[in-house]
Every structure is written in structure tokens, then in C-alpha cells.
Design a protein around this ligand. Structure first.
Ligand SMILES: [Fe+2]
Ligand SMILES: [Fe+2]
Length: 201
């Protein structure tokens, strides 16, 4: 049972801001209980996607600014507005279900955003950078799609159908964005290819 006690300690650290010195045994116990129930899992996953969305509200403006193609820039900016709505929906759910925000950061989203920052640093503004940004953005959308798909199923199983509906609405917007990016990619990849062909002539 050593693994369990390590994860309990980590979970308690996340809630107390990562300091071992401030570890509160009662917080550890309640989180352990949470982690062992579907409701606890739902709460944990909602906190994860909340952190992911909050991180995206900061990353998307930078990604939009880095675009060469106007259509792609508009798509990122439009999705920024949707992302702000996603945050609002989650906040409504937190209030409705009386869930406490843990403040725990979604490490997966940190990594995905880091990759996008690297693209902006390593590629100069060009159709190729746009192609790379689309790949990065679609990885982000797929993370969100996986999260919202699972969390809305969990809410349904727990009989929280209105919550599941709200999550489903966000899921549909993530899926729409993913498809839109695939469509934009077709033109941009062509542009990138032609630009390379011309410069190699
Ligand atoms: Fe989102
Ligand atoms: Fe998204």
C-alpha cells in the first residue's frame, strides 16, 4: 500500500500549495476518500480541466499573435472566446456541486502549452509555423475532448444530468474547433509546401 500513501501525500501537497511542512492529516484523509469514489474522481477531473482551460486563456492570445494566416488567427481568437465560456461553465458547475477548487495545475496542459511556446520560438513567422501551431493546437483540443468526454460520462453515471449536458456542450465546441483546424490545415499545409518549393527553385 506504499503507492497509495505516496499519492495521498502528493495530493495533500497539491492542496496545501506543495509544502510538506503544512501537511494536514485530516486533508490527506478526506482526499484519500475522494480519490476512492466516483464523485471524488469527478471532482478531481473537473479541477484538472479547469486548470487546463485557465492556462489556455493565457496561451491562445500568444498563439493567435504568432499566426501568419488570418483565418487561423481568427480561429484561435474565436476559440479564446469559447474557452472563456468553458471556464464560466466550469465555475457554474463548481458552485452547483459545491466543489472546492484545489488550485492544482494540469501538468499535461503545461507541457502542451510549452510545446507551442517552443514552436513560436523556433519557427519564424511563416506558413510552416502555422502548420506547426495547428498540430500543437489540435493536441490541446484532443486533450480537452478526452477530458470532457470522460467527465460528462462520469456526471451522467452519478445522475448529474444537467451538469453532464453543460459539459457535453463544451465537448461539442472542442470537437468543432478540432474539425475546423483540420480544414484550415489543408490550405495552410499546401501554402507551406508551395513556399518551400518556390524557395528551393
Ligand atoms: Fe475548452
Ligand atoms: Fe479547446
Amino acid at each position: 500500500m506504499e503507492t497509495k500513501s505516496i499519492s495521498e501525500t502528493n495530493a495533500a501537497n497539491d492542496i496545501t500549495g506543495g509544502s510538506m511542512a503544512t501537511k494536514d492529516p485530516s486533508a490527506t484523509k478526506s482526499l484519500a476518500n475522494n480519490h476512492n469514489s466516483l464523485r471524488g474522481l469527478l471532482e478531481h477531473q473537473l479541477n484538472d480541466i479547469y486548470s487546463a482551460e485557465m492556462q489556455l486563456t493565457k496561451a491562445l492570445p500568444e498563439m493567435a499573435k504568432a499566426c501568419n494566416d488570418e483565418e487561423l488567427q481568427d480561429a484561435f481568437l474565436e476559440h479564446l472566446d469559447q474557452t472563456k465560456k468553458h471556464v464560466e461553465r466550469l465555475e457554474k458547475i463548481f458552485i452547483k456541486l459545491r466543489i472546492e477548487k484545489t488550485g492544482e495545475s494540469c501538468k499535461a496542459m503545461e507541457g502542451l502549452i510549452q510545446e507551442n511556446k517552443k514552436i513560436i520560438l523556433e519557427f519564424e513567422e511563416s506558413p510552416v509555423r502555422d502548420s506547426a501551431l495547428i498540430i500543437g493546437a489540435q493536441k490541446v483540443e484532443h486533450y480537452e475532448i478526452a477530458s470532457y468526454g470522460s467527465v460528462s460520462e462520469l456526471a451522467d453515471v452519478l445522475g448529474l444530468h444537467k451538469v453532464a449536458d453543460l459539459l457535453e456542450r463544451t465537448l461539442q465546441e472542442e470537437e468543432f474547433t478540432d474539425k475546423l483546424l483540420s480544414e484550415i490545415a489543408m490550405d495552410i499545409n499546401d501554402d507551406a509546401y508551395e513556399t518551400e518549393e518556390q524557395s528551393s527553385r
